[in-house]
Structure formats: C-alpha cells, structure tokens
Design a protein. Structure first.
Lengths: 285, 296, 357
C-alpha cells in the first residue's frame, strides 16, 4: 500500500500537462542541439568532408606531427606536476584544520578567474625581453618564452586546480576516520595514503587527471601568448588549428580539431562512466 | 629496508611542523601536514602567486597619469563596455536556458536523456580554439545557422551577436551543473505540502520551487559571467576583432602585447583582474547565501 | 594493563571539554564513561588513545607516562563509533590490515596472518563473511569486524567509542551481552563511551559518570545507581522524583510531615535542600503509616503497560510524583483515578546546596 502511495506522489510531482512538458523538453533539446550538437557535427563534417585522404594528410604533415608531439610533451610534464600538487593540497586541506585554510582554498581556485590571456601575459612580464628576468636570461642564453618551458609554465598556471578541485570535495565527504583507524593500527603515512586513501579516491582522481590532461592539451589563450607561433617548434595542436584556419585551410583545421574533439569525448565518457560507477559502489556504507 | 625511508615523514616531526603545530594547527594524528602544506604553498607561489604579483608590480610601476591614460582611452573603454555587456547577456541566456535544461534533465524522462546529460559538459572539455572555429563556421554568413540568421537581418558572426553566442557556449555548463544537484535534493514533500494547501502547479513553481533555486541560479550565472569575462579562444574567431566594435578585453591585452606595450597590457589586465576578483567575492557571498536554509 | 589519567585539562577554543579529570582503571577492568553529549567523555577516550593531546595532565599506562607517545606506539585497540571500516577492503583485509602494515622484519608470514585473522573472525562469529565488503554487512556485523580488526594488533587495551550508538534496539541488546562475554573471555582492560545509562549499568564493571568536563562519580553500577553522589548522577541514572524543601536541625520539612534525614551532624542551621526519590522506592497506601515519612497525594493517572505499573500522583502542594509499583500491589490496592492516597518513601536521598547527607 505504501508503495503505491509513493508512486502516486511521484505522479503528482510530475503533473504538468503533457503539452507543457513536451514543450519544455522540446525547447531544451532544441537549445542543446543548436549549441552543443551543432559544433560537434560541424567539426566532423568539415574534417571528413573531402574524404579520408585529405584528413589523413592533414594529420601526418610534418607541422601537424610536431604540434602533436609538443602537445604530448607538455601534457606529460604538466599533468604529473598537477597530480602531485592536487594530492598534496587535498591532503593538507582535508586532513587538517589550520589557520588560513579558506584563503588557501580560494587561492587554488584562482586560475578560474584569471583570463588565459592574462595567464600568458604574466609570464611575458616575468621572462620577456623587457620582463624582470628577461635581460638576465638573455645574457645566459636561456630561452623560456617562445619555447617549451614557457608553454609548460603557462599551461601549469591554467590547469593546476583541476586535480585538486576534483578530489578535495571527495576527500572531505569521506572524512578522516578511516585514515585515523589505519594510523592506530600501526600504518605509517605512506601506507595510510596508498592503502586507505588512494583506493577511496581513485575514480575521482582519474577524472581529475583526465580533465586536467584535456585542458592542458587544449589550452589556447595562455599558450598563444607565450609560444611565439614558431611552426614545427612551438606550436601546440590548438595553435596549429588557429594557423590552418587563418590560412583558410579549413579541412586541415577541422581535421586537427577532430583530434581534440575525440579527446573531449573521451573525457566526457570517462566522467559519465565514473559517475555511474561511484554511484553503484559502496553505496551501502 | 624500506621503512627507514619513511621515518622522517611518519615519526619525527621536523622543526617546521613543531612550530606550525604549536601555533595554528589543530592536533591530528595523521602525518604529513608539514610536507603537504609546504609543497602546496611552494607550488602555488611558484606557479601562480609570484607570477600574478609581477602583474601588479608592473602596473604599480606606472604613474597614475599614464595608468589612467591607458584605461581611459576610448578604445579601452569600448573594450570594457563590450566585454561586460556581452558577458552579461550570455550569462542571462545561460541562466534561462540552464534552468530549463536542468529542470528537464532532472524531472522528465525522454529518449536520449543520457546523451543530452553527458553532452552538457562538452564546453568544459572542448578546447576553446575548436569551439571558436566550429561556431564561426556555423554562424558565418554561409554557415548553416548563419544563412538563416542573416536572412532575418541578424548579423550572427563578426559582430557582438557572435561574441554572445561564443560566450553562451563556453559558459553553458555552469548553470546546469549548479542547479542539477539542488533540483535533485528538493524535498518532494515541500511541493506536496504546497499542493495540499491548494496551490496550482505554476504557483508551486513560482512561489516555492523557484525561490529555492534562485541562489543556485544566481551562483551559476555569476560563474558563467566570470568565465565569459576572460574568455579568449572561442571569441577571437567569431568576433571579427574590430577595434571599438568587436574587440574584447583579452584581445586588447593581446594586441598591446604584440605591440610590445607591456605596461599598457599590464594596466588593462590589472583592471580586468580586479573586476574578476570582485565577481569572485560576490560568488562566494552568493554561495554562502544559498546555504542559508541548510541545516547545519 | 592499568590506565591512569591525572589532572587532564582539554579546551577547544573557549569550550572546556575536560576540566581536571583524574581516575585509575585496574588491569582487566571493563569501564564505562557515561555522560550526556558534551560531557567530555569521547574527548577523554581519544586522549587515552593519543588521538587528542591534552592541554595539561598526564596519561599513564601501567604507571608509565605515555603522554608524549604517538598513537601507534601506544598499542591501543580503538573501535570507532561508525566503525571506520576500510570500505574498499574485504572483511579479511580489514582485519589483516594492522598486521600487513608492520615493517617487514616484524611482520608475520602470510600464513600466520591468515591463521590469526580466521581465529579472530571465529571469535567474533563471522567466519563465513571473510570475503564480504563492509557495505554487504549489517550494522552489528560491521561492529564485530571493527572489533576483530582492533584486536588483530594484540592491543594492550580496548577503547570503544559509543560501540552500540548506531545500532537498532534489538541488536544493541544482543551485542551488549556479547561484549560482556567477550571481555570475560579476554580479560583485556577495556573502556567504552556511552550516553545510555542502561548500557553502562548492564555491561561495565565500573562506571565513570561525567558531566561538563568533570567526573561526577566513579563506582560500580550498584554504587552509582543506589548511592548517587550528586544530584546530576541520580538524575542521569534512571528517573527520579525531585522535591525542594528545607532542612532544619537534621530534619527535612517534606510536605506536611517532617522527615528524618537519617543523620544529624555538622551544620545545624536551616538550609535549602533537594530530596530525590526514585519511583520504585515509593509505595502507596490508603492510610498513613504509624511511623516513618509519608505525604498525601491524589492519583492523577495510571499506566499498567509494561513490567511495572506507573502511577502519577498529584501532591497537596501541586507537584507531580511518579511511582512504580508491581502489578500484584496494584491489583491488591485496586487503585482508581482520583483516589486519595498516602505516598510512602522507602528511601530518600538528600542533597543540600554544597554537600550531601
């Protein structure tokens, strides 16, 4: 009896007239279609518009290859750095209470409010020819700006919160009891982290890493400021896309874009999969 | 023996940790406070704080007259006005459609719902440059949507309209993802109570549900607004980048940089950052306000 | 192993959780820390375990000062209120954890660990559950896993924080008896925190009653129940009727009749006093007794459900008094609502403002 009552209540809750309901769903889908599915379709239709041959050529020309290689390099440096930072920050912030914790949390969010162009600008001001360290760097023949180190620094600035942001709420909600129990049972710091904390946050951590990676590979504004656009040397995939597009080489531009679109899809799929998984797992406790 | 490696971390608190423990940290038996906090602060300072400070340092090196000359120039003012206007408009659109999409995704079942839900995050995951060229292709005079809009007399690319479209795209997930959990947690009983007291569907929504969603709606829109203020990649392609007409702030900074006008770029960037920080404060207050009905 | 705490003070900001606490627990004792929430009992338990550091005072294990020892060096078994089981590990791995994390040179072999774990699982009657995950267990089973896990490191004492707090009433009762049996088997010094007086009275050898960061009384269940040392203790342990009255020359003015307070000594001047009488220590008669204390009252309501009949009386001075009598007595008296009766206290407890008689 109780059950049938809940069902009735559920119905009462969804009691808009079918027409209003259909109208709302229709409008929402229309909006999603125009704004989100439109761009997806455009990228793939233009990328493959002239067949698989030009698509493949666009991806395998030397400039494209070197852009892909540089992007992978940058991600390979940036993502592990941000992963370690994210874990350290999350441990400090969620396992302890200390003065200034809220300020620290706000600082971690800082890049979200800083325009990517400004993120690039600050490194130009530091390391550019007329920047603070510019003359010294020039005297010692060290290149930071318009080369890989600059791209790495700018990318780190833009992407460092992603891992931390993903696992801090998770670790907060899980509390400290399990770790405390581990310490009482004689585990040391690393054992506590690797055997108790890490298994509990692994899915959130994985998503944080993947999102961080997608953002690092796709960063445009900040990298655009510090890279110098030297073909075959300091072009990342997004910068390569820009150059191709500005040369009216649309097919190639969209072909290279499709790589980043795939990356975005992978990110979304992993996110979806992890959400489903974590909902299923441990829900009893 | 592996455990020797771990000793300094797990057993003997270093000098720094003792100092910290005595001063401002609540006791905890968990190890690693000194290590993780000092690494966090080091990384944060090296990667973000010190570089950002150089920006303000650079700006403060300017005298007031030249600072005001840069900020007060018609071109800068036009860029500020355009950026604020288009960001605000896109935040409004995202507020309205974000609420609609969140509502539909939480409350109704329809074919393709899972796909629709998954694709909402696309603007977070898609590089802005790709979004930029895709949107430009769609809304250019010969694009799929552009064709129709130009016929209606709406110049949808290389105009402020185009900027609003790009900013709406990149800010879209904020409102939906802020509202979804709030909608899910809304107590059914509250709506039932309203029904039982004789309220109609629309009255229940406008007087009960909407006020409860409002703080989240404002927070989400403010976040979309903040993101829009700094957006560069998706806008440069569709905007047309005409000074005074379709030149947004980040682009202005970029232009000044390309002309080696470091001080000018720093001045504009500082002002833009200041606006962002104020907005961030506002978002934090909004967030605190949205929690006010929450039981502790 | 004996546990002794001396002059423990602990504050959290402006809140004083513990304000100079002293007591000693003998080896092999099972002691309950009993008190309302905010009385400091959990903080005290955590200080013994080393999870909190007191502002001042010392903790001694077997006479040795362990105040500066870290948690893992204290070798305590600790059972958390919500168990804190490792949710991603099976029951087996949970119990084996404390052995698996030992440095290699003192770690038992995998065979020995396996033997030990199954021995413990047998002890807590969960042999068949070794491969389950915590989320697949009932509350009582989780509690027992937490206990087995704590015992695996062969602790010198067992500390339990609200061990029955999050279980439903029936499981609680069973687990209570089981814990008592287990303690009689292991004879390990054990301390548990509870806010439930019934639990403390039933399980513990001795009870430490705490209130507002201080110890109100330490004693056996019998002592604290029948001879409460303070108004708080008599209130907190079971229901009680309270009367405000005057104490003059060793007699209390109690309703109309002056009653013997039992002792005449020391201060003879008149003073305010509070009298406590437990409901089951009041009897009801239709006529006044020849000697002893009594007061007149009227029956307000009767509730005969349960093992005892609860009668509510209205006194002449308009106070409500609870009385518990047996069903036989109730039938014999044939009590009716509004009947005029005499209430006869069999035992009274008098507290004056600063000392008790």
């Amino acid at each position: 009896m109780n059950k049938s009552k809940t069902i009735e209540i559920q119905k009462a809750r969804f009691s808009e007239s079918p027409w209003i309901k259909r109208g709302l769903i229709g409008t929402a889908l229309f909006f999603l279609g125009i704004f989100l599915f439109g761009p997806i379709l455009v990228v793939f239709l233009n990328a493959f518009g002239k067949g698989i041959g030009p698509y493949w050529r666009a991806l395998t020309e030397p400039a494209a290859i070197s852009a892909i290689r540089l992007t992978l390099w940058v991600a390979a440096i940036v993502v592990p750095c941000n992963l370690i930072f994210g874990l350290a920050a999350a441990w400090a912030v969620t396992k302890f209470n200390f003065f200034g914790k809220k300020i620290l949390l706000a600082l971690i969010d800082l890049p979200f409010t800083v325009s990517p162009v400004i993120a690039g600008l600050i490194f130009v001001l530091l390391f550019g020819a007329r920047g603070i360290f510019g003359p010294w760097l020039q005297a010692h023949n060290i290149r930071i700006l318009f080369s890989v180190p600059g791209i790495v620094l700018a990318t780190i600035f833009v992407t460092f919160p992603f891992v931390a942001r993903e696992i801090i709420p998770l670790m907060q909600s899980q509390g400290n009891e399990e770790e405390t129990a581990a310490v009482i049972l004689g585990a040391n710091g690393w054992q506590t982290f690797f055997r108790v904390t890490l298994p509990n946050i692994k899915w959130g951590l994985l998503y944080g890493v993947i999102l961080c990676n997608a953002r690092a590979m796709g960063e445009f504004g900040a990298v655009s400021v510090v890279s110098g656009h030297i073909r075959g040397l300091t072009n990342t995939i997004p910068l390569h896309v820009e150059i191709l597009y500005n040369e009216y080489n649309f097919t190639a531009a969209f072909a290279v874009s499709s790589l980043l679109m795939f990356l975005a899809f992978v990110t979304l799929v992993v996110k979806h999969w992890i959400e489903r998984r974590s909902r299923k797992e441990y829900c009893g406790l | 023996m592996p455990c020797i490696l771990f000793e300094p971390f797990s057993r003997t608190p270093d000098f720094l940790e003792i100092m910290i423990t005595k001063q401002f940290k609540r006791h905890s038996v968990l190890p690693g406070f000194g290590l993780t906090l000092s690494f966090t602060l080091f990384y944060l300072s090296a990667a973000a704080l010190i570089p950002l400070l150089t920006l303000f340092w650079r700006t403060s090196a300017m005298d007031w007259a030249s600072f005001l000359r840069v900020l007060g120039s018609p071109r800068t003012l036009a860029a500020f006005k355009l950026t604020l206007m288009t960001s605000f408009l896109s935040a409004l659109i995202n507020g309205a459609f974000g609420l609609l999409v969140a509502w539909v995704l939480v409350r109704y079942d329809f074919p393709g719902k899972k796909l629709a839900d998954a694709v909402v995050d696309l603007p977070f995951a898609l590089p802005t440059a790709v979004a930029g060229i895709a949107l430009t292709t769609l809304y250019a005079p010969n694009g799929w949507f552009g064709k129709c809009l130009y016929k209606l007399g709406i110049q949808s690319a290389f105009s402020p309209v185009g900027i609003v479209i790009a900013l709406t795209f990149i800010g879209f997930p904020f409102v939906v993802r802020t509202l979804e959990p709030i909608l899910q947690d809304l107590d059914v009983e509250i709506e039932e109570a309203a029904f039982s007291l004789g309220a109609g569907r629309w009255q229940t929504f406008s007087r009960i549900v909407f006020p409860m969603l409002l703080p989240g709606l404002l927070t989400g829109s403010a976040m979309a607004f903040a993101r829009a203020l700094g957006e560069y990649g998706s806008v440069v392609f569709i905007a047309g980048n005409m000074p005074f007409k379709t030149e947004i702030l980040p682009l202005l900074i970029m232009t000044k940089l390309e002309q080696y006008d470091y001080s000018g770029a720093a001045a504009v960037a500082s002002a833009a950052l200041l606006i962002s920080f104020i907005l961030l404060l506002a978002i934090n207050f909004l967030h605190a306000w949205s929690q006010r009905y929450q039981e502790v | 192993m004996s546990i002794e705490v001396q002059r423990i003070v602990k504050t959290f900001g402006s809140f004083t959780a513990l304000n100079g606490v002293n007591f000693r627990i003998a080896p092999g004792e099972l002691v309950a820390l009993l008190g309302p929430s905010g009385s400091g009992k959990t903080t005290l338990l955590r200080i013994i375990a080393g999870l909190e550091i007191p502002d001042s005072g010392t903790v001694l294990f077997d006479g040795l000062d362990v105040s500066s020892r870290k948690v893992k060096e204290r070798q305590v078994g600790f059972v958390f209120q919500h168990y804190a089981l490792f949710r991603h590990m099976t029951v087996f791995d949970n119990v084996a954890f404390g052995l698996n994390v030992r440095p290699r040179r003192v770690r038992p072999s995998q065979e020995a660990i396996k033997l030990k774990v199954f021995e413990l699982l047998k002890l807590v009657r969960l042999e068949g559950m070794a491969l389950r995950y915590p989320s697949q267990l009932s509350g009582g089973q989780r509690q027992r896993v937490a206990l087995a896990r704590a015992l695996a490191i062969e602790p010198k004492m067992l500390l339990l924080d609200e061990p029955f707090g999050s279980l439903d009433a029936k499981v609680r009762k069973e687990l209570r008896q089981w814990i008592r049996e287990l303690h009689d088997k292991l004879h390990m010094t054990s301390v548990f925190v509870t806010h439930d007086q019934e639990e403390a009275l039933e399980v513990a050898d001795r009870i430490v009653v705490m209130n507002e960061g201080k110890i109100e009384q330490i004693g056996t269940p019998d002592e604290v129940y029948h001879h409460p040392a303070s108004p708080f203790v008599s209130h907190f342990l079971g229901s009680v009727n309270l009367f405000h009255c005057r104490l003059e020359g060793g007699k209390i003015l109690f309703g109309n009749a002056p009653a013997d307070s039992g002792k005449t000594e020391g201060k003879q001047e008149a003073r305010n006093a509070t009298v406590y009488i437990r409901p089951h220590l009041l009897d009801i008669e239709y006529s006044a007794p020849a000697n002893g204390n009594y007061f007149r009252a009227k029956v307000k309501s009767i509730n005969a459900a349960g093992p005892l009949v609860r009668v509510e009386l209205t006194t002449e001075w308009d106070a409500l008094v609870q009385v518990e009598i047996s069903h036989e007595r109730y039938q014999y008296l044939g009590l009716k609502k509004d009947a005029a009766v005499f209430a006869i206290p069999k035992e009274v407890k008098v507290f004056t403002e600063d000392y008790s008689i």
